[in-house]
Design a binder for this molecule. Structure first.
Ligand code: ZN
Length: 166
């Protein structure tokens, strides 16, 4: 059985017990979370979130890209979130390569160049990278000053979050 077939089976059990059909769309906790896609990070468990509590935005690294800004702007302006948590983590795969190396490796493997992605946003310094993502959101002209943006590092060995001072 493929992984997709396996999870479809799990979904049947989930749907049979489903009780969340009346939840409103705006997140109850007025919270957005940007987090790395790493499979070890089970965001709802790490943060004690229930369905309907928060927007969870994920990508490789937990990077504030153009598309993440799109989601954050919709989350705040249309769906009322007031706080954004940015969560990166120890042992992140994004610390293990450089953009130039990966772009070149894939170019050679495929035998062709591409226009997108122009960048993978690999990084060397976890804390500095978290600060950079916070700054990208805070400095956006459509993000109001009262919108709270805080950054954290999740330790994959302990399950603990540590705040990165801005
Ligand atoms: Zn990661």
């Amino acid at each position: 059985m493929s992984a997709i077939d396996e999870v479809l089976k799990a979904n049947e059990a989930y749907a049979a017990q489903f009780v969340w059909g009346e939840l409103p769309s705006p997140p109850a906790r007025k919270l957005s979370v940007l987090v790395c896609m790493d499979a070890r990070l089970s965001v709802s468990r790490i943060l004690g979130l229930k369905p309907g509590d928060a927007h969870i935005i994920r990508n490789a690294g937990g990077i504030v890209t153009d598309d993440v800004l799109r989601s954050v702007l919709i989350s705040h302006h249309l769906l009322g979130t007031q706080e954004l948590m940015i969560i990166e983590h120890t042992d992140c795969g994004m610390l293990t390569f450089t953009d130039d190396d990966l772009l070149e490796r894939l170019r050679q493997k495929a035998g062709t160049a591409v226009v997108a992605p122009a960048r993978f946003f690999a990084f060397r310094d976890l804390e500095a990278n978290v600060r950079e993502q916070i700054e990208k959101v805070r400095s956006h002209p459509w993000i109001p000053a009262h919108f709270v943006v805080r950054g954290f590092i999740y330790d994959v060995k302990t399950g603990r979050l540590r705040e990165v001072s801005a």
